[in-house]
Design a protein around this ligand. Structure first.
Ligand code: TYD
Ligand code: MG
Length: 472
């Protein structure tokens, strides 16, 4: 803490030293900088996009490299200094908590719960260290109303309603905040830049200033940005390379479940997922997300098969559903939700040639329950089983789980993390696992019968054989 106080002082001093100004030209399209005016931006080739701006730079003689620090010291000051976010799931996605001096961007649609989540995190950290929550979106009354609703209150949590970034950083410096939350990056601005808040130039310069502040003072900074993952708008996406960590909030419309995914992380693995439910009292983490994706009918239903994916760095049980219906007219339809429809088309061809199941005159619908996007190939085998089950109008036993990739010659191929998937199925109480032969565990698994197959036709025979259906 003493070292951090010193960093704050150095930062304040450096701000005062930044005296000399030199004009630069900044592109309003890509924010690229040039020293002289040109008709075309040398970075992005846009025309007439350069605008003059007085840029503050430290005076020539005062320009010095940052004081070197011992790498040994930096390494040993590693994991134990991370701040807990209050949600174990979120800590895992962050790679083990919030890293002091790091900048995290949390993106997502308006209304998905970004302010709620970061207010909860801010309150948790504020239990032990000073935290500043700067909102340019809502009034102090609105934020504190939310805090009451979330039942969080802490003397060390300061709220400011402010759009001026310099003012926010000044308060953060005075309070020696360990964490600063900026809600949102689209509402803050630097007075030295003429563009309005939310413009690409402001977004970039504000983020760059926050990154500088974070690195120099050791303060963790979390930014909220309104953006969707697909969002083509030149919003916070242009900030992704400036920050250390990028998290996205995902959700199915009208669902109360929320998924936070790390799409970039300098301090941990990417594509880790954290699951939350939006409740009356804020976001509650879900430790056992398999339960969400297994919203299963009490009776076995034709076309439903459970698989174990490994989306988001851990095994997850998901129900896949298929419906095949005799085509009435025109070309057959192939519609896939949460899965790649080209891959479904390929599986239909394999099923026809190697499984003796023809769906050429049927409309085909496939759906991953719960609104999750599955990108791995381990669902090939369960999709094929679900299609056959729907066509035959025969339900699989509810105790069966299946995974495996399928090749063009009808072979069932092994997938990564086979043992881990099998263990998860066993943990969730499944009794039969249909798996690629190479994924079969060497030792028997208690309470779980493993059916190892190497071909599609073999798999179909195995699950639709009478004894399996009776749940032996
Ligand atoms: P919010 O965090 O304001 O979203 P964002 O900052 O991403 O725009 O959350 C908005 C929604 O969450 C709003 O529709 C109300 C709901 N909500 C709850 O259901 N429970 C709660 O405890 C809180 C604080 C919000
Ligand atoms: Mg908000």
């Amino acid at each position: 803490m003493g070292a951090q106080a010193l960093h704050f002082e150095t930062y304040a001093l450096a701000k005062r030293l930044m005296a000399r100004t030199s004009p630069v030209f900044v592109c309003s399209e890509c924010s690229g900088e040039t020293l002289k005016w040109q008709g075309q931006c040398p970075h992005c080739s846009a025309w007439n996009s350069l605008e003059q701006r007085a840029q503050t730079r430290p005076a020539g003689k005062g320009t010095r490299a940052a004081a070197p620090r011992s790498l040994q010291h930096e390494i040993t000051a590693g994991a134990e200094t991370r701040l807990g976010s209050g949600a174990a799931e979120l800590d895992r996605v962050l790679g083990g908590g919030i890293v002091p001096g790091s900048v995290t961007l949390l993106g997502g649609d308006p209304g998905i719960g970004k302010s709620t989540l970061l207010l909860q995190v801010a309150a948790h950290v504020a239990a032990s260290q000073p935290v500043l929550y700067a909102s340019g979106e809502e009034s102090v009354a609105q934020v504190s109303a939310r805090a009451r609703r979330l039942n969080v209150a802490s003397v060390k949590l300061d709220l400011v309603t402010e759009n001026d970034l310099d003012a926010i950083l000044q308060v953060a410096t005075e309070r020696k905040a360990a964490l600063v939350v900026v809600d949102s990056i689209q509402t803050v601005q630097l007075g030295s830049i003429s563009a309005s808040a939310g413009a690409v130039t402001q977004l970039r310069e504000c983020t760059a200033a926050l990154v500088r502040f974070a690195k120099e003072t050791g303060t963790a900074v979390m930014l909220i940005g309104h953006v969707t993952k697909e969002g083509a708008i030149a919003g916070p996406r242009v900030l992704e390379h400036l920050v250390d960590t990028v998290l996205y909030f995902e959700s199915e419309a009208s669902s109360r479940f929320r998924i936070v995914r790390a799409t970039k992380n300098r301090f941990g693995a990417v594509n880790e997922l954290a699951f939350f439910a939006m409740t009356e009292g804020g976001l509650r983490e879900i430790r056992n997300p398999s339960a969400i994706f297994l919203a299963r009918a009490p009776e076995p239903a034709p076309g439903s098969v459970v698989t174990v994916t490994r989306e988001g760095g851990r095994p997850l049980l998901i129900e896949l559903q298929a419906l095949v219906d005799r085509m009435r007219f025109g070309a057959p339809r192939r519609i896939a939700q949460g899965l790649d429809s080209n891959r479904v088309a390929m599986l239909l061809a394999v099923l026809n040639r190697h499984g003796g199941v023809s769906l050429q005159e049927h409309d085909v619908f496939v759906n991953a329950v719960g609104g999750i996007q599955i990108s791995e190939t381990a669902w090939d085998l369960p999709v094929v089983l679900a299609l056959a089950s729907s066509l035959k109008d025969r339900a699989l036993d509810q105790g069966i789980v299946a995974f495996g990739e399928i090749g063009l010659t009808g072979e069932v191929r092994p997938v990564a993390y086979g043992e881990e998937r099998i263990r998860e199925a066993q943990k969730q109480g499944f009794r039969v696992a249909l798996v690629p032969r190479e994924n079969a565990p060497r030792k028997p698994v208690e309470g779980l019968r493993v059916l190892a197959v190497s071909r599609v036709d073999e798999a179909l025979k195995a699950v639709f054989a009478a004894d399996v259906e009776r749940g032996a």
